[in-house]
Write a new protein. Structure first.
Length: 69
């Protein structure tokens, strides 16, 4: 499995229904990707396997408030 790292600048906040849907798809993709990380990589980012599992099961609308601004 390959891992990619993006070093792009943050995008301006998108608005609208389509943009929110794209954001939700991306949040889901990122949370599901946690399940593919091995114990060593999870340790590097400060998560246990249990925490990664719990994060992957969160609904896409359950995000920190500062992500919605």
């Amino acid at each position: 499995m390959a891992y990619t790292v993006s070093h792009s600048l943050p995008r301006p906040r998108r608005t609208g229904l389509v943009a929110r849907f794209r954001d939700m798809v991306e949040i889901r993709r990122q949370r599901r990707a946690l399940l593919d990380l091995n114990a060593h990589l999870l340790k590097d980012i400060g998560l246990s396997a249990q925490e990664a599992q719990e994060e992957s099961e969160r609904p896409v609308w359950d995000v920190p408030d500062h992500w919605r601004r």
